[in-house]
Design a protein around this ligand. Structure first.
Ligand SMILES: NC(=O)c1ccc[n+]([C@@H]2O[C@H](COP(=O)([O-])OP(=O)(O)OC[C@H]3O[C@@H](n4cnc5c(N)ncnc54)[C@H](O)[C@@H]3O)[C@@H](O)[C@H]2O)c1
Length: 350
């Protein structure tokens, strides 16, 4: 896979917003490793330049505030005059604050929306105009969040802004598909960055828990049984930019919770109780009902009988892997994501 990606991405140029640190820096590093020239854009211009110089001579840092049209246009014009063109936009800059919904202030609401969705709108618009003017294909990857798929308590304003990112991503993807431009999103879960450190401290205070208890809850909600690393998200972004991602547009990829996984490869912290067994209605177009086990608010295990066929019907390739003796085994559990209206059972696959 690595060779395919490298072949296709070499010589391309990418803008990475919020690229000075955290997930953005990991995406920039992964793209640079595949021969992509990188424009790191960040509110913290010094940190952007520092990160760029660590990536080598094919990377440069630029100052930007993604929430301000004039600052976006200035930075993108500087990038164009430095590199001549760009093919990829990673719209990753984002902020969060944490508060109970009843206590969220106008300032918090506006701050989250200004950076998280207006920033995506402004940078995506500038990039699409550039791609159209060049008459060439382009790729956009927006960093949304797991909180864009499932409402996150204490993050209602952040969640709302990230749901908006997915709405924008899907609509734009449909609008520009005929121009050869692909627009997708990645949905990080609980990723070890400075944003997470701030959120753990806020949540511990708001819920009167220790930071360790908060982190324990994050891990328990993650099928992989560990916090995500920035590099996990970088892998998704590189995938979406490269040849293996060519058929993806309007998609929102997550590494945790909505991924198919094997129960014997790391599952939920505890098994579901009998009381949690819930009938789940499968897509009417596929007919019938699937009875599943609710694992959390939005996840269901579709059950031992249905899980294999449901995965196949949904276009998922059931996850199988070599056992100790080299034989391939069926998964013991396939987990799907339940649609908000209970009418559709989404099963996702890797
Ligand atoms: N860390 C997580 O668990 C997590 C989970 C879900 C989604 N995300 C999303 O991933 C993205 C990156 O998050 P992170 O965890 O790396 O955060 P981070 O705080 O570690 O890094 C964010 C970067 O964005 C920059 N930035 C902030 N406001 C900006 C602005 N107005 N203009 C330009 N740059 C700006 C910051 O200076 C910083 O370098 C964000 O969109 C975030 O919402 C993170």
């Amino acid at each position: 896979m690595s060779a395919l990606l490298a072949t296709d991405l070499k010589g391309k140029t990418a803008i990475v917003t919020g690229g000075a640190t955290g997930i953005g820096r990991a995406i920039a590093t992964a793209l640079a490793a595949h021969g992509v020239r990188i424009a790191i854009c960040d509110l913290d211009a010094d940190a952007a330049r520092k990160t760029a110089s660590a990536l080598g001579t094919e990377a440069q840092g630029f100052a930007i505030d993604v929430s301000q049209r004039a600052r976006v246009e200035k930075a993108f014009a500087e990038i164009e005059s430095t590199f001549g063109f760009y093919d990829i936009l990673i719209a990753n800059a984002g902020v969060s604050t944490m508060n109970r919904a009843i206590d969220i202030t106008d300032e918090e609401w506006d701050f989250n929306f200004a950076v998280n969705i207006k920033g995506v709108f402004l940078t995506n618009q500038a990039a699409v105009r550039h791609f159209l003017a060049r008459g060439k294909n382009g790729v956009i990857v927006n960093t949304a969040s797991l909180a864009a798929k499932v409402g996150a308590p204490l993050l209602a304003h952040y969640s709302a802004s990230k749901f908006a990112v997915l709405g924008w991503t899907q609509a734009l993807a449909r609008e520009v598909a005929a121009d050869g431009i692909r627009v997708n999103a990645v949905c990080p879960g609980f990723v070890k960055t400075s944003m997470q450190e701030r959120e753990v401290a806020w949540e511990a205070k708001l819920r009167n828990l220790s930071p360790e208890q908060v982190i324990g809850e994050y891990v328990a909600q993650t099928p992989l049984g560990r916090l995500e690393e920035p590099e996990d998200i970088a892998g998704l972004a590189v995938f979406l930019c490269g040849p293996l991602g060519q058929s993806f547009s309007g998609a929102a990829l997550a590494r945790s919770r909505s991924l198919v996984f094997c129960a014997d490869g790391g599952g939920p912290a505890r098994g579901p109780t009998a009381a949690e067994k819930t009938p789940i209605t499968a897509s009417p177009t596929r007919g019938g009902s699937v009875y599943g086990v609710r694992l959390s608010a939005n996840l269901v295990d579709v059950g031992p009988v249905a899980r294999h066929s449901a995965a196949v019907q949904s276009g998922c390739r059931p996850h199988a892997r070599a056992g100790a003796g080299g034989t391939r085994r069926r998964p013991r559990a396939v987990v799907g994501e339940r649609g908000g209206d209970d009418s559709v059972l989404h099963l996702s696959a890797t």
